[in-house]
Design a protein around this ligand. Structure first.
Ligand code: NOJ
Length: 542
């Protein structure tokens, strides 16, 4: 019996990083009212859901990924009333709000942690991960993702607590059933508030076993997730996505099992780590091995076909801007932004658009480290200076891979601060906002914005986007990304030139009778050739 196709297979998600999206009250920080004010823009784009990065109460050590109250809104973003209005107003536009659940850790300012620190016999103590010890003799040599050790000493308790991220993000102990129950109650409460879905932050890290130095993919991981899903998500019709840096295709099939026992889909990063030197840190980048990128995406397409579901993305708030990374953010910014979108949106899975991607927003090159805000960037800068890297080398890493590339304010128009705020923005606007902004894009029918709009419409119009199978073509070709999708007697070709040269492409002749669904050049080019970053989708019935 064929599984009833889930509605979210045709959906497109838009990610909002609230502090950088739209400020409504002039304090320099984006807020919930700002999002409400921009719903028309998102409706026009045609998206189905917003993944809202955290707006819960937080000391903002990691920009909200350190939550001190899961059931309250941080005053910098507004209040619960605003949140309820956002959910209701978005619903009127047929847009769901997906809440970002940060469940691997809380803030150290969370009531649970404050209690936990009071004593080993406090009922909340076991909500976190502790090890007895002596000051200065760490339980082991595990490091935190943001630099420094993963253990922090609490003198009053003569114990260390475990934190995979910053000192202010103590890891939660999922082994404790009471903690799990509190988390489920909190999620059910959000469901009652009308949340349309959830994104699960670093969910692959919840089942840690620090004594064995296991951070992700711990032995009880899927047991925990299945319980979580059963107690919460399965009681509603939601879209859920688990962030899993450590997922391979086998594990991804568990996360996104079509039986609904875990999440709707997985959000994995294998393809985004290919331009990193093997075994090194993300800051140690190398040129993109293009053929490997094709193989990797193809592997995921085929492995999950009919037995799992993937997220399709090039960008999020942790990644540099794709047009600067694998496109060309100068002469061919518009062409390459559209080309990258074509390759991604032509595949099976749920496409995610990160704010500003639909404008072709680019990376930024601030002169001084003081202009950067991200805890990861700042810690790395200090650490690498100490290790003897030159300032220039470090800045180059930041320009290429830093998370703040994605976090500069949204570029709405060419007025001061790009229309993001009337105050002083919490992070400087990318100086190219006078050229690249939403207002300009909306006035130009050939803009990146309208191209994304068209791709979203095509996904809704043709089931082949969501349901077709996948076959990679020209596997070894160093310039062209091409694949065919097939569904119910129809075939679709996606073809893209990843270079700034004009290159020959034999496929064009074979497909010349196909219907062109979309193309990023409006005039015909030379026969059999693909112009710089040219891409197109052809449809053909047979
Ligand atoms: C992944 C989030 O996307 C990132 O922004 C955050 O720093 C870490 N998880 C820790 O929550």
């Amino acid at each position: 019996m064929e599984e009833q196709k889930k509605w979210w297979r045709n959906a497109v998600v838009y990610q909002i990083y609230p502090r950088s999206f739209q400020d409504s009250n002039g304090d320099g920080i984006g807020d919930i009212q700002g999002i409400i004010d921009r719903l028309d823009y998102l409706k026009k784009l045609g998206i189905d859901a917003i993944w809202l990065s955290p707006v819960c109460r937080s000391p903002q050590d990691d920009n909200g990924y350190d939550i001190s109250d899961y059931q309250d809104i941080d005053p910098m973003f507004g209040n619960m009333n605003d949140m309820e209005r956002l959910i209701a107003e978005a619903k009127k536009c047929n847009i769901r709000i997906m809440i970002d659940l940060v469940l691997n850790h809380s803030s150290d300012e969370h009531r649970w942690f404050q209690e936990a620190k009071k004593g080993k016999d406090n009922p909340y103590h076991d909500y976190y991960v502790w090890r007895d010890g002596e000051e200065g003799v760490l339980p082991n040599d595990m490091g935190s993702v943001f630099g420094g050790p993963a253990w922090e000493w609490v003198p009053e308790l003569k114990q260390y607590y475990f934190h995979q991220f910053s000192v202010k993000q103590p890891d939660l102990n999922w082994e404790n059933p009471k903690l799990r129950k509190e988390i489920y109650d909190m999620i059910l409460w959000w469901m009652e508030k009308g949340a349309g879905g959830f994104r699960l932050d670093v969910i692959d890290q919840i089942a840690k076993e620090p004594d064995q130095k296991i951070t992700n993919n711990g032995p009880r991981l899927h047991e925990f997730i299945r319980e979580l899903s059963k107690e919460t998500f399965q009681k509603g019709d939601l879209i859920t996505v688990g962030e899993a840096w450590g997922a391979d295709t086998e594990r991804a099939k568990l996360y996104s099992n079509p039986d609904g026992s875990e999440f709707s889909m997985v959000f994995q990063f294998e393809h985004m780590m290919l331009d990193q030197e093997a075994g090194k840190e993300k800051w140690d980048f190398c040129p993109l091995p293009f053929v490997k990128l094709k193989q990797n995406l193809a592997k995921w397409q085929t492995a999950l076909f009919e037995c799992g579901w993937n997220s399709l993305f090039w960008n999020n708030h942790d990644l540099p801007r794709i047009v600067s990374r694998w496109g060309n953010d100068k002469e061919y910014r518009v062409e390459s932004a559209k080309m990258l979108a074509t390759v991604l949106h032509g595949m099976q899975g749920t496409p995610y658009i990160y704010q500003g991607e639909e404008l072709g927003m680019t990376n930024v090159r601030f002169e001084s480290i003081d202009q950067y805000q991200d805890i990861e960037i700042r810690n790395m800068y200090k650490e690498r200076l100490q290790k003897g890297y030159s300032e220039a080398e470090i800045m180059e890493s930041i320009y290429t891979k830093g998370r703040d590339n994605a976090r500069t304010p949204m570029q709405w128009d060419d007025s001061v601060n790009a229309g993001f705020t009337t105050g002083i923005p919490w992070m400087e606007v990318n100086p190219n906002y006078t050229e690249i902004n939403a207002e300009k894009a909306l006035e130009n029918e050939n803009s990146v914005f309208y191209y994304y709009q068209k791709l979203i419409q095509l996904r809704k119009e043709y089931d082949i986007f969501a349901e077709g199978d996948f076959r990679l073509l020209l596997e070894e070709d160093e310039n062209i990304f091409a694949y065919v999708r097939e569904y119910q007697g129809k075939q679709m070709l996606v073809v893209a030139n990843f270079t700034e040269n004009t290159v020959p492409c034999t496929l064009l002749k074979e497909w010349q009778d196909g219907e062109v669904l979309i193309c990023n050049y409006s005039e015909d080019g030379e026969e059999g050739m693909l112009r710089p970053y040219e891409s197109a989708i052809y449809l053909c019935g047979f």
